[in-house]
Design a protein around this ligand. Structure first.
Ligand SMILES: [Zn+2]
Length: 413
């Protein structure tokens, strides 16, 4: 019994030792990032190269759209020609039918004339049957026969023309069907190319604005913080990032209208499916939007077509670096480099198509809160980089379940 107790004490002691070694005290350790100002500048240069590449690709896409448009124009011209040709053919058929009718009437007239001469003169035939009359009669009969034969042949010829025209009309109708199909294909193609041009990913930023935002941050590091080119940004900015211990909801009251993850919804009358890289708090237009935790404003984007006015804030919470993003703002009340507390109003709720007319990715007033691990300017310096480090906000911010409402920033659900 004593031996078992002894062994268990030893095992417990080993366990404590292992835990102490393997899990260092997290609250003291600050995750370090070795990126220097030079690295950041190189990243910016890469972004600028990407912009050039994008511009070239966009030009290519635009050229392809223009070519497709020209093809569609050609098709509509062809369709107009077909319509004209169909009209001509129909008119021709009408005329031919009229001519046939006339010729039929003519034949009837000739025959009736012949019959009239034959029957009407019967009395004459019986009593005054002169040689001259017979010659005249035979001559008239021959002419009649010739005329009706000629007309019959003409009718045959005209009927052939009519049937040819009808065949041609069928052929043109087939061609029109083909052209319509081709036109629809080209329209779909153009639509696709346009969509690839206007990226509708919520929060996607114009790369030009992304470059401008990074230049601003580099300017802050270089001229305000006096960072040296080969000094790591974390070292240089040490102490500048106010530490915090928790994240809070970005608005005082609201309702969770969209969760993080894949979702299907109706946008501008169309069913859309996308991955939602944040949590949406629907609330009244103009309501205060607060920094989710203490931090420093890292990037600001204005009037983006899919996210509107956006603010990104760098944080150091429990020794870990994070970045929060706030989208669809009606206005922004902070500046890049500004230190904010979790009580600081950074802007106001927007996202209403009525007021924020430039923002095509919001159907009503709400605040989109998005969170990534790492800091803007060190861990990443672009929207795509942010998305690469994006996490479900619920991992660090407490919120009621989807559809649930709240009336304070701090109450736990
Ligand atoms: Zn959202």
């Amino acid at each position: 019994m004593k031996l078992i107790k002894k062994i268990s004490y030893i095992l417990f002691a080993i366990f404590i030792l292992v835990v102490e070694v393997a899990v260092p005290n997290r609250t003291v350790t600050v995750e370090a990032n070795s990126q220097t100002l030079r690295d950041y500048k190189n990243k910016l240069a890469k972004l600028e190269a990407e912009l050039k590449q994008n511009e070239a690709e966009q030009q290519q896409t635009q050229a392809e759209i223009a070519a497709s448009k020209r093809k569609i124009e050609q098709i509509s011209q062809e369709k107009e020609d077909i319509a004209d040709e169909v009209v001509t053919l129909t008119k021709e058929i009408e005329q031919l039918n009229k001519d046939i009718n006339d010729m039929n009437n003519e034949i009837e007239e000739i025959i009736s004339y012949y019959q009239l001469s034959n029957t009407g003169d019967s009395a004459e035939l019986e009593y005054i049957f002169a040689a001259d009359d017979i010659t005249d009669f035979i001559y008239r009969m021959a002419i009649t026969e010739q005329l009706s034969e000629h007309n019959t042949n003409m009718i045959k010829e005209y009927n052939k023309k009519i049937s040819d025209n009808e065949d041609k009309k069928v052929e043109l109708a087939d061609k029109e069907v083909q052209l319509n199909k081709k036109e629809a294909e080209l329209e779909t193609y153009i639509q696709k190319q346009r969509t690839s041009l206007n990226k509708t990913l919520e929060g996607a930023v114009d790369i030009k604005d992304e470059i401008a935002a990074n230049k601003k941050l580099i300017d802050l590091y270089e001229n305000t913080y006096k960072c040296k080119l080969d000094e790591t940004i974390d070292e240089c900015t040490a102490g500048k990032l106010p530490a915090d211990t928790a994240f809070y909801r970005s608005v005082v009251s609201g309702r969770v209208s969209s969760n993080y993850g894949r979702r299907t919804y109706k946008l501008n009358g169309r069913w859309t499916s996308d991955f939602h890289y944040g949590i949406d708090f629907s609330t009244s237009h103009g309501a205060n939007v607060y920094a989710s935790a203490n931090g420093v404003v890292a990037a600001i984007f204005k009037k983006q077509s899919c996210g509107g006015n956006m603010v990104y804030i760098n944080h150091l919470v429990n020794g870990k670096r994070y970045t929060t993003g706030y989208y669809h703002l009606a206005d922004i009340t902070v500046k890049v480099g500004q230190t904010v507390m979790s009580s600081t109003v950074i802007g106001h709720v927007g996202g209403s198509p009525r007021y924020e007319t430039w923002d095509h990715c919001s159907t009503g007033s709400h605040n989109h809160l998005t969170i990534a691990t790492g800091n803007w300017g060190t861990t990443f310096s672009s929207y795509s980089g942010f998305i690469a480090h994006n996490i479900n906000p619920r991992q660090v911010v407490n919120a009621p379940a989807l559809g649930g409402s709240f009336t304070s920033r701090t109450r736990k659900y």
